[in-house]
Design a protein around this ligand. Structure first.
Ligand SMILES: [Zn+2]
Length: 413
């Protein structure tokens, strides 16, 4: 199969529609995806995975509005840097607002809302929230490049001597996450281009320091062969990008970790040291998925929409051989039992033929399909039809089958 042919079969825009994951509406506008119930399951499962790991590392959830006054971005420096990308809003009283293109300045305001002591640090905020950027129509591409995108964002405010440890914790989460999806990860260390100092906020010494801190963490982690991206840094600090290679051999930038000495200064963030003096915290920005939309665009193509059991929007489909009362009752019982175990199960009791119903289930790439008829009614056993790429389960009691699927879902396999 040629690369082109393979790509069109697994094109995320096509699969998004066929598998009923997201849609676009002319009335809402291009680049603004709307997520269906099935697509929302994917988003939620992915996000739960990320947030569970963060909870283990002491991150606390926060919530912010999606717009802000112009003044916040003037102070953070984003107003000039992002001016072309901002969606502007004018209030009835003539005040200028913008839709947020990122979350750092908002989160920094929560940090700055009261005096902080060195004892409180690190303070770790997490929030999965939608951002907005005024991308040009010609640049939009399905959910790969959109005007609204949801970041699994997090900010750590810490002391300088805590940077490396926090950085490595984030690293651990990124590695665990991407291992689950069977991507091979590569690292790119993005630094500033010293020839264009005007493109970056902060002092050169701060940059040298941030770059040193990052390299130290990398060495401690045993990394030797790093790709260096000179000039690819964020305007406020160096960053580490994770590049994933998918099943079609393409390389994508996914997670990022950024160390930031510049924004805490611009936003006048501070904490009190043990000697009573005031000091600036360091900010570490990271997103594990990056943008959920972009992550899913790549992942849908990587898997051709064949999601593992834990992630599949529908994990088990129960199909009736006919709709005689005892068969229908058993089929409904099986769906109920599955749902009681936390599984996502649906019943197909339509008047179509069994072969058509099985075909429909296969088209939707549902991991397991159960046919319920006379035989199942008599024996109390089922013969699960497994999607070709997943674990085949034997003929077994209905309860055994369901608990095996539930175990796969819980293990994220
Ligand atoms: Zn940030």
């Amino acid at each position: 199969m040629s690369e082109e042919r393979k790509l069109s079969d697994s094109d995320h825009r096509r699969l998004g529609q066929e598998l009923d994951l997201f849609i676009f509406s002319d009335l809402v506008g291009s680049g603004l995806p709307l997520w269906t119930p099935r697509g929302t399951v994917l988003r939620q499962e992915l996000d739960d995975f990320v947030q569970e790991m963060r909870d283990e590392h002491g991150y606390l959830p926060v919530t912010i509005p999606h717009i802000t006054k112009k003044e916040l971005y003037q102070k953070s420096g984003h107003w000039t840097k992002f001016s072309d990308d901002l969606f502007h809003i004018k209030s009835r009283e003539g005040h200028e607002f913008a839709m947020k293109p990122m979350n750092c300045p908002h989160h920094a305001q929560i940090y700055a809302s009261r005096p902080r002591s060195y004892r409180e640090l690190p303070i770790r905020y997490r929030e999965t929230t939608t951002n907005y950027r005024d991308e040009q129509t010609g640049e939009l591409n399905g959910i790969l490049r959109t005007r609204s995108f949801t970041q699994d964002d997090a900010h750590v405010f810490c002391r300088e001597e805590q940077v490396v440890e926090e950085f490595l914790k984030i690293w651990t989460m990124v590695e665990k996450f991407y291992k689950t999806f069977e991507y091979s990860l590569k690292l790119r260390f993005s630094t500033r281009d010293e020839k264009t100092p005007e493109a970056y906020a902060g002092e050169p010494e701060q940059w040298d320091k941030a770059e040193t801190e990052l390299k130290e963490a990398l060495t401690r982690h045993g990394v030797t062969n790093l790709e260096e991206g000179v000039g690819d840094a964020a305007f406020y600090g160096p960053k580490l990008d994770f590049l994933a290679t998918d099943s079609l051999g393409r390389e994508w930038q996914v997670a990022t970790i950024q160390i930031d000495f510049a924004q805490p200064k611009g936003m006048e963030l501070a904490y009190t040291k043990d000697d009573g003096k005031s000091e600036r915290p360091v900010m570490i920005h990271h997103a594990i998925m990056g943008s959920i939309e972009r992550f899913l665009a790549v992942y849908i193509e990587h898997t051709s929409g064949k999601f593992p059991v834990w992630l599949a929007p529908e994990q088990v489909r129960v199909v009736t051989l006919n709709n005689e009362a005892p068969i229908l009752k058993l089929a409904k019982d099986v769906v109920k039992k599955a749902r009681d175990l936390g599984l996502r199960a649906e019943l197909d009791d339509s008047n179509e033929s069994v072969s058509k119903k099985i075909h429909d289930s296969e088209t939707m790439k549902i991991p397991y399909t159960l046919v319920i008829g006379e035989k199942e009614l008599k024996s109390g056993q089922v013969e699960p039809r497994s999607r070709t790429d997943i674990k085949k389960l034997p003929v077994t009691k209905i309860d055994d089958f369901l608990s095996q699927v539930a175990a796969q879902a819980a293990d994220r396999t």
